[in-house]
Design a protein around this ligand. Structure first.
Ligand code: ADP
Length: 480
């Protein structure tokens, strides 16, 4: 089967419903082998201009005039079409970003689920009537921003397209999507699927290319009314600065250093898989990865021993072999992660998983550090690789101090049977999501997601995203 069986011309962008081939190209490699995979278009500022113009035409035309119910039906149909192509999408993603097939398949199913959720939600967003002065009727209208820009990273392309483009389309916005240069193929495939499922031309435009070129052009484009960005803090700052010039709202989801806090009374049998998986899933290349495991002294040795056992069983290899971990996305990312591991030379490596391939891909053995001081660089900086640190603590106050002691605040988990402690910590933790006796809650399409501090601002997922992708108009009518 060809890599991209969707009738997409090579090295092209989707602009206004047409696939436009580009002369400038970027070579893409398979992270599992380091070998060339395909080429994508190296989009320019002119391509972004054309995509924004096409999105404006769609807003002024069929797409903008469509009822919420009709929009919902189209999104629901797209969801079904994505489900019908789950295996194909998973195979493309596995080769493009090195994600083990099972995880890639889960991403495709999540993309379908976002379409179903936002398809169902599209006609359930309502305004209010507001009691006001005598002789007035006042009500609010939720309206789309207009053209929304979506700059997404390479770690979960399908899920992030689902949550941001899905919600934006549900509200009637037209989208211009700039996927990460290392992970464009499922974005293109999704656009082709959506087009075939009946999404009108120009409602979703996809321009591939470099962050410094197509990305920067989109972020600063005066025809864009809202920017949604997921990625690094450094790029997030640039996106917000560009948005400030145009005075438009931005949603920034920028990663974290998310803790799981394990108390002496925790159900360790339940906790163990979550403690490990939340750190090594997708080879740790997850904004909401749990890279810090805080454990109370009474169970510290036991948790450490059981995590060591789990790490010893982890196998790393090519994405199509579908082991526990695939490669990292790129040689650059491998250098960054191995650089961090080297900074732990003064620490104890409790365990490492095994690389079980001779392939020349970007492999890093998952690494568990023990007894890590909370202020160590490995306990403070986002590594974005399969590295976790174990940090012991004495009591609840110390656990909270450590958990809140980084610049980030995306996700946190509490493992305890003490209900009052659960409630106290859920309030006190500096995070956009808190999980009690679980982590990640099965993906959580329905659950608002986003951070505080350097983890960003704004919320995606759930109904909350629909508020973010719309603006509120107040209408005050005097009728006497
Ligand atoms: P990483 O450094 O891991 O690649 P980034 O945050 O730089 O993470 O990338 C996330 C997304 O942001 C990608 O789609 C990338 O192309 C885009 N990007 C990078 N730099 C810029 C920029 N200056 N302006 C707009 N988008 C950018």
């Amino acid at each position: 089967m060809p890599l991209m069986p969707f009738d997409i011309p090579p090295s092209s962008n989707l602009i206004g419903g047409d696939w436009i081939c580009s002369d400038a190209k970027i070579q893409i490699t398979d992270p599992s082998t380091g070998h060339p995979l395909t080429q994508i278009a190296r989009g320019t500022a002119a391509d972004i201009d054309a995509a924004v113009a096409a999105a404006q035409v769609a807003r002024a035309g069929d797409w903008g005039r469509m009822t919420a119910t009709e929009r919902g039906r189209i999104l629901t149909r797209i969801g079904q079409a994505v489900l019908d192509h789950t295996d194909t999408l998973a195979r493309i993603e596995a080769q493009d970003v090195g994600k083990p097939l099972t995880q890639a398949r889960a991403d495709a199913v999540a993309l379908a689920r976002y379409m179903e959720f936002y398809g169902g939600a599209a006609d359930k967003i309502m305004g209010e009537t507001i009691p006001y002065l005598d002789g007035y009727t006042v009500y609010t209208l939720r309206e789309p921003h207009g053209v929304t820009g979506h700059i997404i990273p390479w770690n979960y392309p399908m899920q992030i397209i689902g949550r941001s483009v899905g919600a934006a389309l549900a509200m009637g916005n037209s989208c211009v999507l700039k996927p990460a240069e290392d992970a464009c193929l499922t974005a293109l495939a999704f656009a082709a699927i959506a087009q075939k499922a009946g999404l009108p031309a120009g409602a979703l435009n996809v321009v591939t290319g470099l962050g410094s070129e197509a990305g920067a052009a989109l972020a600063s484009h005066p025809g864009v009314q809202h920017m949604s960005f997921t990625g690094s803090v450094r790029t997030g700052e640039a996106i917000q600065a560009a948005a400030a010039k145009n005075v438009i709202p931005v949603t920034l989801e920028l990663g974290g250093k998310s803790p799981q806090i394990v108390f002496d009374d925790a159900d360790l049998d339940r906790a163990l898989p979550f403690l490990v998986n939340a750190g090594v899933q997708n080879a740790g290349q997850t904004c909401s990865a749990s890279s810090r495991i805080l454990v109370q002294r009474g169970v510290y040795d036991q948790v450490r021993a059981r995590m060591v056992e789990a790490y010893n069983a982890l196998r790393v290899g090519p994405a199509l072999d579908d082991l526990n971990l695939g490669p990292l996305i790129s040689a650059r990312q491998t250098d960054i992660v191995t650089g961090f591991i080297a900074q732990g030379a003064d620490l104890t490596i409790a365990a490492q998983g095994q690389i079980v391939t001779d392939a020349t891909g970007h492999y890093v053995a998952p690494t568990l550090f023990a007894d890590v001081p909370p202020d160590h660089v490995l306990a403070q900086d986002e590594i974005f690789g399969p590295v976790q640190v174990l940090i012991p603590f004495e009591d609840e106050a110390e656990a909270l101090r450590i958990a809140n002691g980084t610049a980030y605040g995306l996700v946190a988990a509490i493992w305890t049977r003490d209900g009052a402690r659960q409630m106290r910590l859920a309030r006190a933790l500096h995070a956009g999501q808190v999980f009690i006796n679980n982590y990640g809650a099965g993906g959580g399409v329905e659950l608002p997601f986003g951070g505080v501090g350097k983890s960003g601002h704004g919320r995606e997922k759930g109904f909350e995203a629909l508020y973010g992708f719309s603006t509120l108009k107040t209408v005050a009518a005097w009728h006497g």
